[in-house]
Design a protein around this ligand. Structure first.
Ligand code: NAD
Length: 368
């Protein structure tokens, strides 16, 4: 039995809920990391973990990440995550997700769920039959649908901030960007970049995705492993995590890293500072790829796509703030990002120092 309280204490988690339902076979863990700024929002992952300890470790790590991601995106949300222990190819059923939905409902809004690795919009529609505390529903049902175009737009404006910081230029025109991964986000990012007159070098393991990018954007195609050696101004990882590691760090020729992938640095404490030493400006992953979270958060207030895009433009200023802090304090940009996120949480936690008398039932706060 893993030492749950010890693990919670280590990263300051508020609440961990173990959910079990014999009828559906559900075994799930919901972790609420921090609700200082608002309810904990984070996706529900379904994965065949090799042990319960692994599942717990993952949900604790991921939920903490969501706290930072929501804070840096200037959302009024905290961080949470759920994991369902099981095989997403063979273990899904209506009953499973509806029983999960009932556990979410039982938390009365302290945790809001969404799709994640191994779960889909369809699964969330089952969850929605049991609880309103779910987001990332299809457009057809009044939800926000695929977040990828918004994520890609956030990466595009974040890249502009990085280019401004590194070169003083306001435009991306004439630059060369190496994009790794042409999936949901990578494709839309290429579209934004091509419209700005960027020269694209792309890679993917999917031949059809490569064909589409080369014909639509006149992109130069390279083999998956060659992307690291590409002589480009910007490297945009939009496929896998941990692509900045001991091997690739010595090969990268870019001046900027700005992409959508999660957990880009294999080891933050080792590779973050080494990028700075090499003179590469790194746009911290969870700050630049927050458009998707901003998109689903918008759904909570009644989805408006234009508003989601507009709010995502804030990523430019956030990155500028991170870059300036990193420069002023001579710290790696990922550390600066953590500080900016923590400063907001700290400042907002003090809001509660202002005493509010019992709420009028018609006041704005009670309607939220
Ligand atoms: P996706 O699965 O649609 O696309 C990933 C692409 O990468 C696929 O085309 C795949 O073939 C390609 N790929 C896989 N292995 C590769 C390799 N070795 N070399 C080159 N290409 C490879 O995923 P996505 O939704 O576009 O997300 C991309 C990344 O961004 C992921 O890391 C994801 O976690 C992160 N992210 C996505 C969103 C979002 O809104 N979709 C939000 C935040 C973060």
């Amino acid at each position: 039995m893993p030492a749950v309280f010890e693990a919670m204490e280590k990263r300051s988690h508020e609440e961990v809920v173990f959910c079990h339902d014999e009828n559906s076979g559900l075994k799930a863990i919901i972790a609420i990391h921090d609700t200082t700024i608002g309810p904990a929002l984070g996706g529900c992952r379904m994965y065949p973990y090799s042990s319960e300890a692994d599942a717990l470790r993952d949900v604790l790590r991921l939920s903490r990440g969501m706290t930072y991601k929501a804070s840096i995106a200037n959302l009024n949300l905290g961080g949470g995550k759920a994991v369902i222990l099981g095989n997403s190819k063979t273990g899904k059923s209506e009953l499973l997700f509806r029983s999960f939905g009932r556990f979410v409902e039982g938390l009365s809004g302290r945790y809001i769920t969404a799709e994640d690795v191994g779960t889909s919009v369809k699964d969330m529609e089952w969850v929605r039959m049991e609880t309103g505390y779910v987001t990332g529903i299809s457009r057809a049902l009044g939800g926000s649908g695929d977040p990828s175009p918004v994520t890609a737009y956030g990466v595009y404006v974040g890249m502009k901030a990085a280019v401004k910081k590194a070169t003083g230029k306001d435009s991306l025109s004439g630059l060369k960007v190496a994009v790794q991964g042409l999936g949901h986000v990578g494709y839309h990012l290429c579209k934004n970049l091509a419209e700005d007159g960027v020269t694209l070098v792309v890679t993917d393991v999917d031949k059809d995705a490569l064909k589409r990018a080369s014909s639509e954007f006149n992109a130069q195609v390279v083999a998956p492993d060659e992307i690291y050696d590409t002589d480009a101004d910007v490297y945009a990882p939009c496929a896998l995590g941990a692509t900045i590691n001991d091997d690739t760090l010595n090969r990268l020729k870019c001046h900027i890293i700005a992409g959508a992938a999660n957990n880009q640095l294999e080891t933050e404490s080792a590779h973050g500072p080494r990028l700075a030493e090499k003179g590469i400006l790194y746009a911290p992953d969870y700050a630049i790829n927050g458009g998707g979270l901003i998109n689903v958060a918008n759904e909570l207030e009644g989805y408006n796509r234009d508003r989601a895009f507009k709010q995502t433009e804030g990523i430019y200023d956030t990155l500028m703030r991170i870059f300036t802090l990193a420069e002023d304090e001579n710290i790696a940009t990922y550390i600066a990002a953590n500080r900016v996120a923590e400063q907001r949480m700290e400042a907002l936690s003090r809001l509660k120092n202002i005493y509010l008398p019992r709420q009028n039932p018609m006041s704005k706060r009670d309607h939220k």
